[in-house]
Design a protein around this ligand. Structure first.
Ligand SMILES: NC(=O)c1ccc[n+]([C@@H]2O[C@H](COP(=O)([O-])OP(=O)(O)OC[C@H]3O[C@@H](n4cnc5c(N)ncnc54)[C@H](O)[C@@H]3O)[C@@H](O)[C@H]2O)c1
Length: 336
């Protein structure tokens, strides 16, 4: 099949593109290679893809309306996996407009591309951050997600709403993917595991927010990829019996669905750090700090619905996942 994977120079997009190519699919990817984090890491990921015969890369910005429209018109995509975005909760306090361009205008341009070119299924990244002020754990896709606490989260919730409207208006099947703290090889330099590893190896102290009193459903990237590969084959169907008063918020009378993709095993931040310390064989010097605004204290995914749909749910332990990240990091950055 022919896929568009947006953001293949990014962490998750790289893994998804590599997996689809290994499965024999054709993959086109766009990315603007922005410098939100180290561009060399983005290029290094792409370098592993560009020599594969069924891969094509186009440097393109999601907000470039004409460019995105022309790219969609040129290719006849059957599936679109939209992962490019301005990621990161904390940066959305500093540079909110980057989120408007990439996540709002960009998402609309992707929806328009799907609409004009009869794409069979659009899957797009949402986030556990949409759960915002919710306190009931585990977070369920049945729960209301109307109280985001960062602009990043608001743009991800907006993506779900925009997608629903296009599923309803134009019958485009859309699947929203609420990822929970993804980590693994080729991970993001702005995320905790990468930052901690870099600092510990440099003999610097690490910043531990909320004095370590946080739980995260850390989800290994291969589990995310497996779930996406399975979900792309499950095309949401319109349910004519569905009514808003009784229906689940995860489905609709439109061909629309939203899933949690998380490990369903929250790990305390201090435990995650201790697993990293063991993998590195070094004890970190910790700088205990208060909570950062925009951050959620605990995340925990209810994945029953995901499992019902694809007979799979993420389960890689942080012990295994962190070790694999450290092995990759030490090899890539030549740190022995
Ligand atoms: N990693 C996580 O823990 C996590 C959790 C929840 C949701 N998500 C979402 O999953 C998706 C992938 O995240 P990731 O961790 O791989 O992030 P990433 O930053 O590594 O990848 C995103 C890619 O999109 C590209 N991009 C950004 N703005 C663009 C634009 N305007 N035009 C074209 N390309 C652009 C970037 O250059 C980058 O390569 C994102 O939508 C993110 O919001 C990630």
């Amino acid at each position: 099949m022919k896929f568009l994977v947006t953001g293949a120079a990014g962490f998750i997009g790289y893994h998804v593109a590599a997996r689809l190519l290994a499965d024999g699919h054709q993959v086109v990817s766009i990315d603007n290679l922005n410098d939100y984090y180290d561009v060399a890491l983005k290029i290094a990921r792409l370098d592993l893809l560009v020599n594969k015969p069924k891969f094509q890369f186009i440097k393109l910005d999601l907000a470039d309306r004409e460019g995105i429209a022309a790219m969609f018109a040129e290719h006849n995509f059957q599936r679109v996996i939209h992962l490019a975005a301005q990621a990161g909760v904390r940066y959305s306090l500093e540079n909110p407009l980057a989120y408007a361009d990439a996540n709002l205008i960009g998402h609309l341009n992707v929806l328009e591309g799907c609409r004009r070119n009869n794409v069979e299924h659009l899957l797009y990244a949402s986030s556990s951050s949409v759960y915002g002020l919710n306190r009931k754990l585990p977070f369920s896709t049945e729960d209301s997600v109307d109280h985001p606490i960062s602009l990043y989260a608001a743009t991800k919730k907006a993506n779900e709403l925009m997608s629903h409207s296009y599923s309803h208006l134009y019958g485009i099947p859309t699947t929203g993917l609420r990822f929970f703290t993804v980590y693994g090889p080729w991970g993001r330099p702005d995320m905790a595991l990468f930052k901690f590893t870099k600092a510990i190896l440099a003999g610097e102290s690490i910043d531990v927010y909320n004095h370590g009193e946080m739980y995260r459903d850390f989800t290994y990237v291969d589990d995310i990829t497996e779930a996406i590969v399975r979900l792309q084959a499950i095309i949401p169907q319109a349910d004519p019996e569905w009514v808003v008063e009784e229906g689940s918020p995860t489905t609709s009378s439109a061909p629309y669905h939203v899933y949690n993709i998380g490990n369903n095993t929250p790990v305390k931040l201090m435990e995650y750090i201790s697993v990293l310390e063991q993998a590195l064989g070094i004890t970190a010097c910790k700088n205990m700090l208060s909570m950062q605004s925009g951050d959620i204290v605990d995340t925990h995914a209810n994945t029953a619905e995901l499992y019902n749909a694809i007979s799979f749910e993420p389960a890689t332990s942080v012990q295994d996942g962190v070790k694999r990240f450290v092995n990759w990091y030490q090899e890539f950055y030549k740190f022995q």
